[in-house]
Design a protein around this ligand. Structure first.
Ligand code: HEC
Length: 171
């Protein structure tokens, strides 16, 4: 498509050469502008694809973790849940987690982009088994100085509230 347009423009500019010079400059300018534009768009879409790939790579094999959550389709973020989730997060999770830097555990701002919803929910309600048997959490366990995340006896509903809070803070 692009080549066709370009060759048409080229032919036209040759015809015009004998007629009017300014028009040729205008055409050349247009061609350059067009090239920059298409290259720019191309670059943009490549970086978007890379960003998407990154997200896919960070969710290893769509790892759902170990626990009661095996299929949690996501709807829109629910504001009532976000508020409840925030309250629990402040009182129970912030002892060990910050959003943007390592505390005792990993930072959690981008966690909903790195893990499946099921993985996060299972980690919240079932951390002990996750530490024993989930390869990803085993790695984290070593990385975070062998201090384990404790089982805080969070209900399934509250885990979902926390999940919506975590979804709401991701950039
Ligand atoms: C006693 C400290 C502690 C508390 C309290 C705690 N965590 Fe953790 N968390 C950790 C550590 C340490 C890890 C790394 C894995 C491990 O060693 O268990 C972790 C891992 C996680 C992960 C997995 C991160 C990943 O990259 O996969 C999530 C999600 C998580 N915590 C969420 C929470 C939420 C939500 C709460 C509150 C309900 C909470 N944690 C409370 C210490 C804690």
């Amino acid at each position: 498509m692009l080549l066709k347009i370009l060759s048409e423009l080229k032919n036209e500019s040759i015809n015009l050469k004998s007629l009017k010079m300014p028009k040729i400059f205008f055409l050349i300018g247009f061609v350059i502008y067009f090239l920059i534009l298409t290259l720019g768009i191309h670059k943009l879409s490549v970086s978007q694809i890379n960003a998407n790939n990154k997200i896919l790579q960070q969710v290893p094999g769509g790892d759902k973790g170990i626990g009661p959550f095996q299929n949690v389709p996501l709807g829109a973020i629910d504001n009532a849940r976000v508020k409840k989730g925030l309250t629990i997060f402040i009182s129970k999770c912030m002892v060990c987690h910050e959003l943007d830097k390592v505390k005792i555990g990993p930072p959690l701002r981008e966690i909903t982009k790195q893990r499946t919803p099921e993985f996060i929910l299972n980690m919240i309600v079932n951390p002990v088994e996750m530490q024993k048997s989930n390869p990803e959490i085993k790695k984290q366990f070593i990385k975070y100085h062998n201090i384990p995340m404790t089982d805080l006896q969070i209900s399934k509903e509250d885990a979902k509230n926390i999940l919506d809070y975590l979804r709401s803070i991701a950039k």
